[in-house]
Design a protein around this ligand. Structure first.
Ligand code: PLP
Length: 620
């Protein structure tokens, strides 16, 4: 899954090759060096979790997509060009959008918006882009949204209002007359072609979006009646993300191309076919297309299939080849960022009870007998009897505890003994729980929400043999906050030992890859864990081969509190005031060490200003 951007190197760390190939004299970037540099307390001192963005990867993805289509168009003698847009919902980060507009400017790459804030950001970013770049306006629209899109045309931005619902047409006709703007209109068709994976529910006759054939015919009639049929210029469809195969893609594109030709026949001045998103990512590296985790085609094969399908249908109907637009999001931004987080402790290995005889003092006759039987079975290696006596012993002791005849120390003694025996006969669960300084809900929401898997690996120690298998458990107080499914169908990851269980300063860093699309936009603030720190890293001639061009600390506790309408400044004053009252009371009663005015204020301020995650400085 890592090719061509990520590999393990001989130092046992992960190398990043941001341009997808070795661009001498630049060296590959060592991800560990980036992490060390930006977390160094004497430098930037950023807290983890951390997103490392590589704009060079973004540039490479855009260029590869464009050249795949350019090649397909040239080699198949196609009569028009490719002009893509990036759907900003995949990741609305300002610097990603600005980078995409800048990197794609030479080939007229545009943006797609699906809501009012998205169209606002797309309009302002495209002011610096290529004037021919499309701003495709999708999503449910009210008059305010449509006015913004029409206003965009006044600003000489190439906005296209794509009708998702028939009712939007009346608003477009009315507002464009009032604002005296000639709109460019597209319509989203509900295709019959459907893909069967999780993301395919968007498509098919019962899909959530788009116009049916009946509605399309009505829209064409109405536009014709009001003398605006020449405004209808684009046909859009989207059969879902992660389209698994080119066979399905060709099927969908051919169906849409037929519709496109029909619209031409009905008199619309059609120019563009917008094939939506769906260009997939090979998350598991299998290239099988057998699940939502992989796709069975390359970028080049995707582009070739699209161009061939449109060309075939248009040639059949003697229709001029349209501009091909796509709205690839996942395929553009997934690779460009890596989420780095830390394992802070791992589930304890069971300790050998030191004095079994002592532990058995004060137990009843039955318990002692169970113990003798258990011990004898363990010595004989009779696993079946061991399980039997473990169950019996535990049950008897729990009953005793509930009745009040057994103390907590005695119950703990039996539990410890049973765990030790189970381990001694090799039947204990060998999978450890690694606690990670992360919130799954904030940083990997698709894992929780739709079982989406991402490659997760340690980003160092890869030259050392892993000693354990582990699952990852996050910081939230929620049993869903754990990762126990991994790429390759595994229910645990091979992991290394934590030095002194993570407490000796020997840190253990893990990376989640290919999560640049959707995860940041979807993440919530469960338990008030906010967004991670973010750095932007460019390949450079410097001593380490990289330069950090932007670094932003993640959301502080104050930031997330504010997002939920709390007022951190007032909260700070309230708590400080309370501490002062307490100090005055205690002074009267003889003083209270540790409630010093300055100490209290600085502790409070630090807690408001720090990120809500575990602060590794204080815990070590
Ligand atoms: N366009 C539309 C209308 C979408 O709904 C989506 C996402 O589902 C996309 C584009 C982006 O799709 P992808 O991320 O698969 O490229």
């Amino acid at each position: 899954w890592g090719a061509p951007y990520f590999t393990a190197n001989t130092s046992g760390t992960i190398s990043v090759r941001p341009h997808g190939s070795n661009t001498l004299p630049h060296q590959d970037i060592d991800l560990m060096k980036v992490v060390k540099k930006v977390t160094d307390p004497s430098g930037l001192g950023l807290q983890l979790p951390l997103i490392v963005r590589f704009p060079d990867v973004l540039k490479n993805r855009l260029e590869c997509l464009q050249s795949a289509f350019d090649y397909a168009i040239q080699s198949q003698g196609y009569g028009s060009h490719y002009q893509g847009v990036y759907p900003v919902k995949c990741n609305q980060d300002r610097f990603i959008i600005e980078d995409i507009v800048e990197f794609g400017s030479s080939f007229r790459f545009g943006l797609e918006a699906g809501s009012k804030p998205e169209i606002l950001l797309a309009m302002s970013c495209l002011c610096k882009g290529n004037p021919e770049a499309f701003l495709v306006c999708n999503g449910f629209k009210d008059s305010e949204y449509i006015s913004l899109a029409l206003f965009g045309r006044k600003l000489e931005l190439n906005t296209v209002i794509v009708l998702e619902q028939e009712e939007e047409l009346d608003l477009v006709i009315d507002l464009s007359q009032k604002m005296n703007v000639r709109p460019v209109i597209g319509l989203r068709a509900k295709l019959r072609t459907k893909h069967s994976g999780h993301f395919g529910s968007t498509s098919g006759e019962k899909g959530k979006f788009g116009l049916t054939t009946i509605q399309i015919v009505r829209v064409v009639r109405k536009l014709s009646q009001v003398g605006m049929l020449e405004c209808l210029q684009l046909l859009h469809f989207h059969i879902g993300s992660q389209i698994p195969s080119t066979a399905l893609l060709s099927d969908g594109v051919a169906e849409a191309a037929q519709l496109y030709c029909e619209l031409v026949r009905l008199g619309a001045h059609m120019k563009v076919i917008d094939i939506g998103g769906g260009l997939g990512i090979d998350y598991d590296g299998s290239k099988s297309g057998e699940s939502d985790l992989s796709v069975a085609y390359s970028l080049e094969e995707y582009a070739a299939a699209v161009v061939a399908s449109v060309r075939f249908v248009c040639d059949q109907k003697s229709v001029k080849h349209p501009v091909i637009c796509s709205e690839s999001g996942r395929a553009i931004v997934s690779h460009h960022s890596v989420l780095i987080f830390e394992a802070v402790s791992a589930g304890q290995q069971h300790e050998t009870p030191t004095d079994l005889k002592f532990m058995l003092e004060g137990y009843s006759e039955e318990v002692r007998n169970d113990y003798e039987n258990l011990y004898g079975s363990a010595m004989r290696g009779d696993r079946e009897s061991c399980f039997l006596y473990v169950d019996q012993l535990k049950q008897r002791c729990v009953e005793g505890f509930k009745e009040g005849s057994l103390s907590i120390e005695q119950l703990a003694g039996v539990d410890g003994l049973c765990e030790w025996v189970i381990k001694a006969i090799g039947a204990s669960d060998p999978v450890l729980t690694y606690h990670v300084n992360l919130s799954v809900f904030t940083s990997i929401p698709d894992f929780w929400g739709i079982d989406q898997l991402f490659p997760i690996v340690p980003i160092h120690k890869l030259d050392q043999r892993p000693v354990a298998r582990g699952i990852l458990s996050d910081l939230t107080c929620d049993s869903d906050g754990k990762i126990n499914k991994f790429i390759g169908g595994e229910s645990s990851l091979p992991l290394h030992e934590l030095d002194n269980n993570g407490c000796s300063g020997g840190r253990y860093y893990l990376g989640m890859f290919l999560g640049g699309a959707y995860e940041e936009a979807l993440g919530g603030v469960h338990n008030l864990f906010g967004g991670p720190s973010v750095v932007r890293v460019l390949q450079s001639d410097g001593p380490h081969g990289f330069a950090v061009t932007r670094a932003v600390m993640g959301q502080s506790s104050a930031d997330v509190l504010r997002a939920m309408q709390h007022e951190p400044e007032l909260m700070f004053q309230t708590l400080k005031h309370r501490a002062e009252e307490q100090r005055n009371n205690n002074n009267k009663a003889g003083g209270d060490k540790g409630n010093d005015k300055l100490v209290v204020a600085s502790c409070l301020a630090r807690s408001f200003n720090n990120m809500p995650y575990l602060s590794m400085e204080t815990s070590t």
